[in-house]
Write a protein that binds this ligand. Structure first.
Ligand code: MCA
Ligand code: AMP
Length: 509
């Protein structure tokens, strides 16, 4: 008996293995039989490359069916998947490689030499290979002639299945360790709660290096043994066209605001659908209402975090309330606490804390940080500020952490400020999140220049491009004489947000 997540999925695969798992529009289809065979071959290839159970496999690749196969191959080999955003630049990658010291790195063909160099710079001896179809040493080529069966590595429920990094509000990025049981329990809960049925077809347009697209979406499909239409990226018009063949859609709020700008979003376009789900960032009430008016569908909003997958969901059957993220999942305990850590009654605003089988095992190599993020009785402190109403619905009303969520991606101002502060001619900077019509929120950099420095706002932005992942680059910068501070000397970001609210609005119109 093993708790390897792959075996849980396999137990739910359709008896008829010729049924489709992945359909790439205009491309190939992968059946469940193909998935079993290909993941076995990839698992053999990983093992031949020196990957042993417990070893990390860093993966920075474009979205493809092969990338999903690689995820399952890692599970089968007992390896720990370390998915990386394709937007990450050299400086960001080097840290992840040196911290996680993976035994293998799988990357995009055009970045092979760069990743090989970064592995050397990080002091690790990983096997670096690509997922491209041709060229010596690609993973598919290595896997080509290998056996189509593989004995899945036995894993306990607490063994790690994945590490996902987030930058955090201070210090070094933290790698959240997700176990096989963490991922399996959350997937089982969501699959049941959202009423997946054998003929469901998921339209998948999310990136697959974060929890939403990778675990929430794909794991539900795998447990369902059904098909997903797998788009390389989100394109509103393409997605609207494909809704006619799908039943379930998962997106970040930006997907929905982009849908709403299209004249093709009509009730007929959605007539085959049964469920639209939103998460990763706050869904504005106006988006929720406009979508209902235009399509007749009420978006189901849910809430979660990398450190545990999903925590709450609006109901499948019953009242889905705008501005709320619904109820705690059946196996998740959620409470609101005050400044002294005391549990607050319903209606009072405080920090959201959660506990359940889905909550992560801690931060990789950071026992002190891990300890600080949990309470004495085992609740994880989310850093989100919320309230529970009299009917039990949870709402998120703010964040205790200095974090911007832009188009569903997290941007930690501290990380961007550190980059800006190192630029020649900069004294200091503050990066603030401002409302943005497309991304929900986006960064504005307020920069103090040294006297006489030839620093321009455009120069600051240009200097960040190519050094930081593109979504972290502020959409605009302003150069100022000084930053507003309170009596304690702390930069008053709320004052900055008020100061620039009008300018930002005007510049976006
Ligand atoms: C792209 N850009 C962005 C973003 N995406 N800037 C800020 N925020 C972003 N999210 C930059 C591009 O680099 C480009 O810059 C410019 O904005 C316009 O790019 P565009 O072509 O419009 O972007 P896109 O390729 O269409 O991407 C937008 C997107 C994408 C489709 C909304 O960001 C996306 O797929 N977001 C989903 C993120 C997600 O999956 N989050 C889940 C995290 P330039 O012109 O300068 O090059 S998991 C999570 O949060 C928890 C667990 C949860 O609850 O789910
Ligand atoms: P990540 O660290 O990328 O997993 O992002 C998790 C964060 O996204 C949470 O801590 C929340 O701040 C935010 N988040 C996720 N879902 C929602 C939602 N439905 N509404 C508001 N914020 C959300």
């Amino acid at each position: 008996m093993t708790d390897n997540l792959f075996e849980l999925f396999r137990s739910r695969f359709p008896a008829d293995r010729s049924r489709t798992f992945i359909e790439v529009p205009g491309g190939r289809a992968v059946s469940y039989g193909d998935l079993e065979a290909m993941s076995a071959r990839y698992a053999h290839a990983l093992a031949a490359a020196g990957v042993r159970p417990g070893d990390r496999v860093a993966v920075q690749v474009d979205k493809s069916a092969e990338a999903v196969v690689l995820y399952l191959a890692c599970l089968r080999a007992g390896a720990v998947l370390l998915p990386l955003n394709t937007a990450y630049q050299a400086g960001e990658l080097e840290y992840f490689l040196s911290d996680a010291s993976p035994a293998a790195v799988v990357c995009q063909p055009h970045r092979l030499a760069e990743l090989e160099g970064l592995a050397v710079a990080a002091g690790i001896t990983a096997c670096v290979m690509t997922l491209g179809a041709t060229g010596d040493g690609t993973l598919p080529e290595r896997a080509g002639g290998l056996a189509e069966t593989f004995t899945t590595a036995p894993r306990g429920g607490d063994d790690m299945a994945a590490i996902l990094y987030s930058s955090g509000t201070t210090g070094r990025p933290k790698g959240a360790m997700m176990s096989h049981a963490n991922l399996g329990s959350n997937a089982l809960t969501l699959h049941a709660l959202w009423g997946f049925a054998p003929d469901d077809v998921l339209l998948h347009c999310l990136p697959i290096f974060h929890t939403h697209g990778l675990f929430v979406a794909i794991n539900c499909v795998l447990l369902n043994g059904s098909a997903m239409i797998f788009c390389p990226k989100f394109d509103a018009e393409q997605a609207i066209g494909l809704l006619k063949r799908a039943t379930v859609f998962m997106g970040v709020p930006t997907f929905y605001t982009r849908f709403l700008t299209s004249p093709n979003l009509t009730p007929e376009a959605c007539s085959h659908m049964r469920l639209f789900i939103s998460g990763s960032a706050p869904l504005l009430e106006e988006t929720f209402n406009a979508f209902r008016e235009k399509t007749g569908f009420t978006i189901l909003e849910r809430y979660g975090m990398t450190e545990g997958g999903m925590f709450t969901s609006n109901p499948l059957v019953g009242d889905r309330r705008a501005g709320t993220v619904g109820f705690p999942l059946p196996d998740v305990q959620l409470r609101i606490t005050g400044e002294e850590g005391q549990v607050l009654p319903r209606g009072e605003v405080g920090i959201i804390e959660v506990k359940g089988p889905n909550i992560f095992k801690g931060y990789w190599n950071m026992p002190e940080k891990t300890k600080a993020e949990f309470t004495g009785d085992g609740f994880f402190k989310s850093g989100d500020v919320g309230v529970i109403d009299e009917r039990g619905y949870v709402s998120i009303v703010g964040r205790a952490k200095d974090l911007i969520i832009s188009g569903g991606y997290n941007v930690y101002p501290k990380e961007v400020e550190d980059f800006i502060d190192r630029l020649a001619g900069v004294v200091e900077s503050a990066v603030i999140g401002m409302p943005h019509p497309d991304f929900g929120e986006a960064g504005l950099a307020v920069v103090v220049a040294e006297k006489g420095a030839a620093l321009t706002a455009e120069g600051v932005i240009d200097a960040l491009k190519g050094r930081l992942a593109n979504y972290k680059v502020p959409k605009q910068a302003v150069v100022v004489a000084e930053l507003p501070r309170n009596a304690m000397g702390k930069v008053q970001k709320n004052v900055l947000r008020d100061s620039y609210a009008e300018m930002w609005k005007a510049s976006l119109q």
